[in-house]
Design a binder for this molecule. Sequence first.
Ligand code: ADP
Ligand code: ADP
Length: 232
Amino acid sequence: MIELKSVSKTYRVGSITTEAIRGIDLHVRKGEIFGVIGHSGAGKSTLLRCVNLLERPTTGSVIVGDTDLTRLSGRQLQQHRRRIGIIFQHFNLLSTATVRDNIAFPLKLAKTPRAEMKARVDELIGLVGLEGHGDKYPSQLSGGQKQRVGIARALANRPEVLLCDEATSALDPQTTDSILSLLLGINEKLGLTIMLITHEMHVIRTICDRVAVIDGGEIVEMGDVIDVFLHP
Ligand code: ADP
Ligand code: ADP
């Protein structure tokens, strides 16, 4: 479902260059939950952002479904990005918009007809368990509820892939577990492929099928979670 081939990313800021990731090869299978774990600065964010081309890889190719995203023009890329949802550590909600309007935002961008948009937002609110909160603003919600809005917004256009950028790192342990079980439920119910990055082993152990360990911009270990972390 997601294939990265020899992906590298070098940042240049003035005369300073940082090779954030190098020679990344990985394959995330359709319907699995794939985790990438590593310390701060290891290259996790860069790797995840290369999957939907929020960052353009310096070299290598990124194939989602059967499309090589690195070969698309800007306009084509915009279309293909709808197939990839993303959620963030700090939720990135519009603070001046209600829950309903935050969730509807990508549907508006996709020019979804009004009636269809309303029905879809209702369905998404039910899916993430936010019934009764649709007219609230983000400031009136708990962290866990904000991330539920983030998840609903990411799923609005029925993507095949969901990317999670430290999605539970700002949440307490109990809320983390409620969000992880929501993600697992969505993965099972919708057959959605999930790729996540985290620095928390707990997240990997709780929901991931396979894991890659990244260190210094390179994958140093990869395999089934059971083999990599659960066996001595
Ligand atoms: P992680 O998500 O594992 O903390 P990052 O991908 O954020 O790692 O960062 C990897 C390396 O790339 C770090 O050395 C970081 O400082 C550098 N880096 C990340 N983003 C940028 C950027 N936009 N410009 C320059 N350097 C960056
Ligand atoms: P996270 O904790 O989510 O990895 P960071 O604090 O590492 O976030 O980075 C926040 C933002 O700053 C990101 O967009 C990242 O690309 C950018 N960034 C990280 N390191 C650098 C850097 N050395 N120079 C410029 N931008 C950076």
